[in-house]
Design a protein around this ligand. Structure first.
Ligand code: ADP
Ligand code: MG
Length: 711
């Protein structure tokens, strides 16, 4: 559908950046915060306040965001006197004098110099919205928003929504204000009420306002109270439909997909358990094995997520599960995201199964043709009982005799579609166990994996020493090198990790290679290797292998080492520019050490100047090793408007307004309601529920939700 005021270029950008293609998409793009624009300052006041300091309350918005150190957003009312273009090349900028009856202040633009002069005419009165800054004692406002007063409509509250925009949107004249203008036009064009999306009985029971009122007030709040009611309504609705969808999908699948019954625990399991296993299972491992056994014997396909911190012993649980499959006459497969991990698993399992007469094989992209030609028929005939591998396992040439169980390690690296292909490897889909070391907060797990069952190993094997985490300022790193040398002298190995941000990849690569050279100079008596994302997979593997085998003692790397590699001899993890990492990422990196019996260390290097948020992240890291606590905090520290953050956390759908960190209670409410409705009317066939059915079907058609069906 055509959006008024949006040409093909802007439409293209909205589609690319935000996946907005229709009017509906657009009005469901909500502000991430609100700014009170009822207060207008005088220029003289701003000059005084910039010198003496602002009362930080001025424009702190409804979400309680604080602006640290920098000045807050303010509004002025006045006119532009004249323009002047200064500087050359990248220093080229446009300045203007902006005045009211109390004084003059400078405005500055570094981009769109021509366009600005055409857009804002000297002498016209504007409402200016912007953030003052002080440079060389000069007060100026860079890239302010200017509006003639009549365009400035915001109800009576002065509350103005702020919309998330990307860099590309800003460059294409689509800042928050432009988004707001588009939405204004759409809402003005929709004269009749927007159709209701919740049945009457829910509206009455929860006293929520109608959809039309909610949508209009979420963009242009008529009062604070109405804004809150609008937020409540839209959040509840969003979470409710999500839960309804998840729960209905589960019920649907439970009915539809039968599963193999693994009734036996036999020789394979028992011989391993009583002969080969040299240690006692932790209580958490025992509990989880029980949960899995029950799941694999109830006539339905198992879809279970196994969560446990790194080193909690998931692999062992996976092995026990596979042995149960073997005892019932089935084959089992274990799939890992990289060749190194697959190889490591293969070697570990082979060793654990010594003397048990179980056929186990490895299949990866670099398995030789000759070997492959032997292996594939053996798999098809059922001679190979356990196969470990990478993506290579899902290829069509890989045929099983009777595949009963698939274990997937570190699920984040596997696409949902790839997983689905595994299901087709037998007439009845095999049981699926997904293992992940990325702890997921409960509220999130409930939402993300409402259709998966979740088992948690929340206990480490005895005798592990928790990793000691220390924060050190980069300026004081000299001392650090001595301690590292001590560790190296004791035969330990060390990781040094550098951040990588996509937008400045060349810069980061430079940092990394410089770090590599410096490290070699500082530790000339040791061997150093390096890996980063730009390397070819084979190159990466071979560098990694050098470290795994102990040929090199120091590994300089980017976050490519984040996932699951096990080098028990590595005892130090140094993270450069730790301020540039998210909490979950820091925790994942830390998990690379502390896998042996010795004391391990994680060193977080940062600059002196840290934002409050970063300080908090670092503090959490030094205070706890508990992955779940860290995941909860991570979710809280990320603002709801943090687009990148959401992507990073691997959340596969967009929540437009609800926020899992803060809306946990609302989520429970929504889930209870959804459960109650489905218990009474599982297929949503009652007349009062027909709207629910309709909405769900609509959601299923949209891409964001589609993934649930095959997860
Ligand atoms: P994860 O895959 O969860 O990171 P692993 O399964 O690789 O953890 O286990 C890490 C190490 O701990 C392995 O060397 C494994 O043999 C050992 N381990 C697992 N379970 C126990 C246990 N109950 N007691 C002692 N050691 C264990
Ligand atoms: Mg593991």
């Amino acid at each position: 559908m055509y959006l008024p005021g949006v040409g093909p270029r802007k439409a293209e950008i909205l589609k690319k950046e935000l996946e907005i293609v229709s009017w509906e998409d657009m009005i469901y793009y909500f502000p991430y915060k609100y700014i009170d624009r009822s207060k207008i300052f005088k220029v003289s006041e701003i000059q005084r306040l910039c010198r003496t300091g602002f009362d930080s309350q001025i424009f702190s918005d409804l979400n309680g965001e604080r602006t640290e150190k920098s000045f807050p957003y303010i509004q002025l009312k006045g006119r532009i006197r004249s323009y002047e273009t200064l500087g050359e090349g990248y220093k080229r900028r446009l300045t203007a004098e902006f005045y009211d009856d109390t004084g003059v202040i400078d405005l500055v633009w570094f981009q769109q110099i021509k366009a600005i002069q055409n857009m804002y005419k000297p002498g016209t009165e504007y409402i200016l919205f912007g953030k003052p800054s002080v440079f060389n004692k000069n007060i100026s406002i860079a890239h302010p928003e200017l509006d003639t007063e009549d365009k400035f409509l915001n109800g009576e509250t002065g509350l103005q929504g702020q919309y998330n925009t990307t860099e590309r949107m800003k460059n294409a004249f689509l800042p928050s204000r432009a988004v707001q203008r588009i939405i204004t036009v759409i809402l003005e064009n929709i004269k009749e009420s927007l159709p209701e999306t919740l049945p009457n009985y829910i509206i009455q029971r929860f006293h929520v306002i109608p959809l039309d009122k909610a949508l209009r007030n979420i963009h242009f709040p008529l009062s604070t109270a109405l804004l809150q009611q609008a937020q409540y309504r839209l959040k509840l609705e969003e979470l409710f439909y999500l839960q309804l969808h998840i729960l209905r999908t589960t019920k649907y699948r439970e009915k539809r997909l039968g599963g193999f019954r693994f009734t036996q625990v036999g020789d394979c399991f028992n011989r391993f358990y009583y002969r080969n296993l040299t240690f006692e299972l932790t209580n958490a491992q025992k509990r989880v094995v029980k949960e899995i056994r029950r799941d694999m014997n109830n006539g339905r396909q198992m879809n279970r997520l196994l969560q446990g911190d790194v080193g909690s012993g998931k692999t062992l649980v996976a092995l026990l599960t596979m042995l149960i499959a073997l005892d019932n006459g089935f084959q089992a497969a274990l799939m890992a995201p990289t060749e190194i991990l697959a190889t490591q698993h293969y070697e570990t399992l082979k060793e654990l199964l010594t003397g048990l007469d179980i056929e186990i094989a490895l299949l990866t992209g670099s398995t030789r043709k000759k070997q492959r030609n032997k292996l594939l028929p053996a798999l098809k005939e059922g001679i190979i009982q356990i196969i470990i591998g990478t993506h290579a396992l899902i290829e069509d040439t890989v045929v099983f005799s009777n595949l009963g169980l698939v274990v997937i390690d570190e699920q984040h690296r596997f696409g949902v579609a790839q997983r689905a292909r595994l299901w087709k490897k037998n007439t009845i889909p095999p049981h699926i166990l997904v293992m992940t070391a990325t702890p997921i907060p409960r509220t999130l797990a409930m939402t993300l994996y409402g259709d998966l069952d979740v088992s948690i190993i929340d206990e480490l094997p005895p005798g592990r020493k928790p990793v000691k985490t220390i924060h050190i300022y980069s300026e004081k790193r000299a001392k650090l090198y001595e301690s590292i040398r001590q560790q190296l002298r004791q035969g330990r190995q060390v990781y040094i990790v550098y951040p990588l941000i996509a937008e400045s990849e060349t810069m980061d690569l430079k940092n990394l290679t410089e770090g590599f050279e410096t490290t070699k100079k500082i530790f000339p008596e040791y061997s150093v290797c390096m890996i980063h994302g730009k390397m070819k997979p084979a190159e990466k593997e071979s560098e990694m292998q050098k470290f795994v085998s102990g040929e090199t003692q120091i590994m300089v790397a980017t976050t490519v080492i984040e996932v699951g590699v096990n080098v028990p001899n590595a005892s130090v993890m140094i993270i450069e520019n730790a301020e540039r990492f998210g909490l979950s990422q820091l925790h994942q990196l830390r998990g690379r050490v502390g896998r042996g019996a010795d004391q391990s260390f994680c060193i977080l290097l940062t600059n002196y100047e840290l934002s409050e948020n970063t300080r908090r992240r670092i503090a959490i890291m030094t205070e706890t090793n508990d992955g779940f606590l860290i995941a909860e905090e991570d979710l809280k520290l990320r603002g709801p408007g943090d687009i990148d953050g959401t992507q990073q956390s691997g959340i596969a759908f967009n929540l437009k307004i609800a926020d899992l960190a803060h809306d946990g209670q609302l989520l429970s409410l929504a889930r209870d309601l959804a459960q109650e409705i489905l218990e009474d009317d599982p297929l949503l066939q009652k007349p009062e529920n027909s709207l629910l059915d309709q909405q769900l079907n609509k959601m299923n058609r949209s891409r964001q939700m589609g993934w649930f069906m095959i997860s």
